[in-house]
Design a protein around this ligand. Structure first.
Ligand code: BG6
Length: 507
């Protein structure tokens, strides 16, 4: 029987989903992402009973490690970073399937050893030939790893077994390099074998955008240009670039997170209802929105790039971006970026979407604020209501996960004074389950072959198409603005909204 509810399809999505026989190979296993996110996520999945009994984890790296050394690394990473409690019996089972392959990416012998290891695991652990290859490596290493997988037959599927590639961002540097990379990946893997990670899509609160909009009746009727004044999408971080100079310098805030996380949030906020909650239907709607994104005519006026200068954070003095270790003194890299875009379709014509992100801002917060037009008429004395802001629905992505509705309310007393108040839904108060980490969800989806939460080639390329002209403009127009660390960004970003008669929220 077909369901009229798009959030429920034939394979009932309310049931727990457990991966079948399979294994995961991580390239770049000695890196930060692997230690802090991937290894803990694998353990957390095992601990929740969502991995098959013989699940296997293979690390591939240059390090001179034996299987035991690798297992010890995973053990330490799990103890330090896993979300769920450490249970010896879960660990003992997981460790049976752990192997390490030593080698460099251009070393044919190492890939032969990897193939033998996989065969051995198929026999001993019953992985059934089903393996996902996680490329947690710098973009420069993508081509060689992908070619090696092809050359050694590791990408070949059989009717009984699958092979998948998981690719971490950054997926290219601009549209041209993304197209090249896509070309290369698709020479080796079919589209349904490729999983591009945008970890924001694995966050509970991000998936909740769809639930909020399409599992309810009360929001969608006002979710359009007739009622919405503008939308603000903020991803603020309090951290600096830390030890990531090598990755970050030359990339900057817009390429690092607007191209992927923030444009995906925009797509989910603005898209039409998909015909079902399956990968094709979702991708089709997100793609339509990204195609309809229109850049402002005057990029000097409606975009801002800035760098953090020295300042204060959490009571401590912190250095500026140009003083960070490994950063070129003449670097023009943006650590803050704000852009205004519009969406050329019937639902959103004329409604600005303001996107901003930055390192070393006031505090860590990610939110989507849908800000409504003011009431067309007020029967109350204007002086009593002048403090009134606009109504807003705020999806709080992190850290304080939930949804806030802002509206005006009468202040108790004899006068008709009205002030803004908040109505809050907090995950922590409404649910006893804690939210899984994004990587838990995404790794499980890869093993299940469920690609709903993974951006497609077209989405990645469209996002670069949006960003490229902005980056080119910034390249041409000299140095970025400055903002003191610990503040909410440069004055230029405030002025950008003030010119439109609006202001940024101070979450
Ligand atoms: C990554 C960026 O994609 O997201 C980092 O490369 C950023 O620069 C990180 O710090 C933030 O992720 P989260 O989940 O902590 O918001």
């Amino acid at each position: 029987m077909s369901s009229s509810n798009p959030l429920r399809d034939a394979a009932d999505r309310r049931l727990p989903r457990i991966a079948g026989p399979s294994g995961l190979v991580i390239f770049g296993v000695t890196g930060d992402l692997s230690r802090k996110k991937l290894m803990p996520a694998v353990y957390d999945l095992a601990n929740r009973g969502l991995l098959p009994p013989g699940f296997s984890l293979v690390g591939f790296a240059r390090r001179e490690w034996e299987d035991e050394d690798f297992a010890q690394e995973v053990h330490d990473a799990v103890k330090e970073h896993a979300r769920t409690p450490f249970r010896e019996e879960v660990w003992q089972q997981l460790v049976q399937g752990m192997r390490f392959v030593q080698g460099t990416f251009d070393d044919d012998d190492a890939f032969v050893r990897l193939r033998d290891t996989i065969q051995d695991l198929d026999e001993k652990q019953g992985t059934g030939g089903n393996f996902a290859f996680y490329l947690s490596v710098p973009p420069s290493a993508f081509p060689v790893v992908i070619q090696q997988l092809k050359k050694h037959g590791l990408a070949d599927q059989t009717p009984e077994s699958w092979r998948r590639a998981v690719i971490e961002k950054p997926f290219g540097h601009d549209l041209r390099s993304a197209e090249e990379l896509n070309g290369l990946v698709h020479e080796v893997f079919a589209p349904d074998q490729v999983f591009r990670i945008d970890h924001y899509l694995g966050k509970e609160t991000v998936q909740n955008i769809l639930a909020l909009r399409f599992a309810n009746q009360m929001f969608e009727p006002i979710w359009n240009r007739s009622y919405v004044d503008h939308v603000q999408i903020t991803m603020a971080e309090d951290i600096g670039i830390g030890g990531r100079a090598g990755y970050y310098d030359g990339i900057g805030a817009a390429r690092d997170v607007i191209q992927n996380h923030l444009l995906q949030l925009l797509a989910l906020t603005a898209m039409e209802e998909p015909s079902s909650f399956d990968a094709d239907a979702l991708a089709a709607e997100k793609t339509k929105v990204l195609e309809a994104v229109r850049l402002p005519k005057d990029l000097g006026r409606d975009t801002v790039a800035a760098q953090y200068a020295a300042g204060w954070q959490g009571g401590a003095k912190v250095i500026g971006y140009l003083e960070e270790e490994g950063i070129d003194q003449a670097s023009k890299t943006d650590t803050y970026a704000a852009i205004k875009v519009e969406i050329d379709n019937r639902r959103w014509a004329g409604v600005p979407f303001y996107l901003r992100t930055g390192k070393r801002l006031g505090r860590r917060v990610t939110e989507i604020a849908v800000v409504f037009q003011r009431a067309p008429h007020s029967p109350f004395d204007t002086t009593a209501t002048e403090e009134l802001g606009s109504n807003a629905i705020v999806i709080r992505v992190q850290p304080d996960e939930g949804v806030t509705v802002r509206f005006g309310s009468k202040v108790p007393g004899t006068s008709m004074e009205i002030r803004d108040v908040s109505m809050d839904f907090a995950y922590g108060e409404s649910f006893t389950e804690s939210s899984p980490e994004a990587y838990e969800r995404l790794i499980l989806d890869v093993l299940l072959g469920d690609s709903n939460l993974f951006p497609r080639t077209e989405e990645v390329e469209l996002s670069w198409k949006i960003l490229d002209p902005i980056e080119e403009y910034w390249d041409k127009h000299g140095r970025p603005a400055q903002y003191p660390a610990g503040t909410w960004g440069p004055a230029e970003a405030d002025e950008m909204l003030e010119r439109d008669g609006r202001s940024w929220r101070r979450p």
